[in-house]
Design a protein around this ligand. Sequence first.
Ligand code: SAH
Ligand code: SF4
Ligand code: F3S
Length: 477
Amino acid sequence: MTSQGTFYIRTYGCQMNVHDSDKLANLLHHTGFSRAEDDAEADLLVINTCSIRDKAENQLYSDLGKLREWKEERPGRFLGVGGCVAQQVGDGILSRFSHVDFVFGTHNLRWVPAMLDSARQGQRRGDTKEIRSLDRFDLPQKHTLFESVTPGRAFLTVMEGCDMFCSFCIVPRTRGREISRPAEAILAEARELAQRGVREVTLLGQTVNAYGRHDLGRGRSQQAGTMAFGELLRHLDEIPGIDRIRYTSPHPLFFDEALIEAHAGLESVCPHVHLPLQSGSDLILKKMRRRYGRDRYLEIVDELREAVPSIAITTDVIVGFPGESEADFEDTLDLMKQAEFVDSFSFKYSPRPETAAADLTDQVDPKTSQDRLERLQNVQRGLTLAHHRSRVGEKVEVLIEGPSRRGGGQLRGRDRHHRLVNLLAEDPPSPSPPRSGDLVEVDLVEATPHSLIAKRSSAQQLSRAENPRGKAEPLRI
Ligand code: SAH
Ligand code: SF4
Ligand code: F3S
C-alpha cells in the first residue's frame, strides 16, 4: 500500500477515549499511515476530545486556536476532531474553525478514512450520527505496524453508552444509548490479547457492570449473546494467560451478589474497585439522580470487604453541586473516612449543556467549592498515606509499566490493588532487568503519599512479557 503520510492523535478524557484512539491508530495503519512521534512531524492530526467538564471542552477550542499555524505551515496537512465534544457540538466545529477538515462522533470512528478521502477532494465533512447497532465494534484486526503503548496491558470494551442520565452528566449525550457486545466477541478478543502477551485486561464501559442488563430485562440475553456481568467475569477468568482482570467504571446500582462473588472466588479479578460515589449526602445524591443512598453505598463497601478483606476501593467525588450545604459536604467527608478510600478523583461541579442540573439556580459559589475541594483532598491524602503505610513489609506482584518519574533508574508499575509502585534500581544492576509488561515480585519497603517504594524480591520474575515493540531496549534498573 502506498504511504499516506504520518498521523498523530492527541487524546483527552477517560480510558474509553484512550482505547478509541488506539482503535483509530490501528485503522489509520490499515489505510497506509504510519505513526508520527509528535504533531510537529505529522501530516494528519486528530484530536480526540472530552466534554465532561467545561474545562475539558475549552481545551479543544484553545488547541484549535493554536493549530491554525500548524495547518498553514505545510500544505497537504489535515486536521480532524473526534470524541465527546465532537459528538456534542457536531458541525458547529466545522463552521467555527475553517481549518478543521473533518469532525466525527463517538460512534463514527470507522468513517475516518472516508472522511479523509473527502477532505483530500476539498470536501469538509462532519459525521456524528448515533449508531444503535453492533456494527460500530467491527473494526479491522491489529495491523502489524500497531504498537501497544501499554505492553502487557490492554483495554477491552464490553459495553458502551449510558442510560442513567445523572443530572450533572453529559455522557449520555456524548456516548449515546447503552449497548452491550456479545460475550463471545469479548471472549474472542480477550483470547487474542492473551496470545499477544497481554497479562492484564481492563474491561471498559460507561457503567460497565450494567453489562447485558437491558437484554436480561427484555428476556433476550440468549439472542443477544450477553449475560450478567459476574458471569462474564467468570468466563474471562478461565482464559489462560490473563492474570489480572480490572473493570471501570461500575455504577453502585448494578453491584449484585454475582459480582461480589466474582471478587471473592475468581483469582484473576483484582482486589481493587473504582466505585464512583459523587456525594455522601442523601439529599445531594437524590438531586444528582444517582439512585442509591449513602447506606446502600456503604453496604456495598462492607460486602466487598467481607469478600476480599484487603480490597482497595477508590472513588470519584463532585463538590459544589447546586444546593450542597456545609452539612452535605461534611456527610461526604464522613463517608470517605468510613469507607477508607484508598484514593479518589475529586472535581468541582461544572454545569454542562442539556443536563438537568444546569437549570438549577442554587449554584455554590466558586470560592466555597474550591475550599471544599481542598479540604476533601486533604482528607484523602491522609487516607492514602495511611493505606500505603499499612502495606509496607508486604511482598506483592507488580506489572511493570516503564521508567519511573522519580528517575534514578527506578521503574514504575502497579500492584494488584492498582497502587503505583516505584521499584528502586538494583545495585549491582541485574543482568536481566524487568521490562515493560513483565510481572515481578517485589518487597514494599516505604510509603509515600503518592506511591509505594519497593525492592525487587530475591524470588525470580513471575512472567516475562513478549516484547511487543520489538525494538525496545531492556530497561535498566
Ligand atoms: N460512569 C461513571 C462516571 C464517568 S465520568 C459513573 O457513573 O460514576 C467521570 C467522573 O467525572 C464522574 O464520576 C464525576 O465524578 C465527574 N463528573 C461528571 N460530570 C461532571 C460535572 N458536570 N462536573 C464535575 N464533575 C463531573
Ligand atoms: Fe454519567 Fe451517571 Fe452515566 Fe456515569 S452513570 S456516565 S455519571 S450519567
Ligand atoms: Fe470525557 Fe467522553 Fe470519557 S466526556 S470522560 S471522554 S466518555
